[in-house]
Design a binder for this molecule. Sequence first.
Ligand code: NAI
Ligand code: ISE
Length: 336
Amino acid sequence: MTLNIGVIGTGAIGREHIRRCSQVLQHSRVVALNDINRSNCEQIIHDLGIQAEIYDNAHDLINAPEVQAILVTSWGPTHEEFVLAAIKAGKAVFCEKPLAVTAQGCMNIVEAEIAAGKKLVQVGFMRPYDAGYRALKAVINNGDIGEPLMLHCAHRNPEVGDSYTTDMAITDTLIHELDVLRWLLKDDYVSAQVIYPRSTSKAASHLKDPQIVLLETAKGVRIDVEIFVNCTYGYDIQCEVVGESGIARLPEPMSVQTRSAAKLSTRILTDWKKRFIDAYDVELQDFINNVLSGEMTGPSAWDGFAAAVAADACVAAQKSGDIVPVTMPVKPAFYN
Ligand SMILES: NC(=O)C1=CN([C@@H]2O[C@H](COP(=O)(O)OP(=O)(O)OC[C@H]3O[C@@H](n4cnc5c(N)ncnc54)[C@H](O)[C@@H]3O)[C@@H](O)[C@H]2O)C=CC1
Ligand SMILES: O=C1[C@@H](O)[C@H](O)[C@@H](O)[C@H](O)[C@H]1O
């Protein structure tokens, strides 16, 4: 069986996902594309040699009879509208992060999905599919380092464009940590604070970079995440878990160690597409298999909501400088 997929948003990650659905993964085929910039769709059809219909209207793509499932890879503020339309059409939808740009937007999706009576949504949180994070979680679950007490994390990008704003450090970047750390610890956040170190001269003048986000969980675990999106040297994701009896670190991506010119070195990746390339493959194959089998098991609309609740608190904390409570409603039984 082959799943016919329609893709809304054919920019950086849209193109990557179209490539993997067409050339890498099993049981999928991209049959329809939409982008406000039609030439993006034409270019992809040309470059990848796929046979796909271009729709000028995203809602026509969602409702097209040949489209069985939808990938939403357009800009964050458009996600809520397209996911709600997919649910209304009764079609499964994989939506890139963020599920919606506010917790209220995510809640609208949660309510629509519950009303539809069927899980249809998977959020593009790929880190829980990453082999390194899964190995780290296994070490924690195994009790190898005792109960986790503290986490020291970093999310560093070499550079960002001028359109990247201070709040995007939370809504676009930290959102990955907000999801994966909750999954890693099986815990929810109760408070958030943001502090600003000296700003780098490499950032645009309107952007506060780096930032340090301090989170506390219901079990009392304290987490610090450094967000540094103009670090210049690479795309670098760090996660160290300090437990009662030991420390566990997220593995580095594989890299050959070289000894040359009086230096011992390994390479650091610079491109997010490569850092989690395997995880993107696995998450999307999971989506395809789940849609075909009729049981959605990946990161849910509730996970998208939970990350957004914490993100809202972090954005408030950015503005006030205060420690802001994170208040998570009880998870509906639908998502258990
Ligand atoms: N999971 C991950 O690691 C990553 C997730 N993302 C997420 O994917 C989304 C897209 O990011 P990028 O591909 O980097 O952005 P991009 O700017 O490269 O591509 C977005 C595309 O969406 C199109 N678009 C915007 N509004 C639209 C609308 N109303 N209807 C149809 N098309 C529309 C744009 O024309 C553009 O081609 C964002 O939400 C981003 O946070 C992006 C990169 C990595
Ligand atoms: O989602 C992503 C990008 O949108 C974002 O800009 C990067 O910081 C992330 O690491 C990447 O995974």
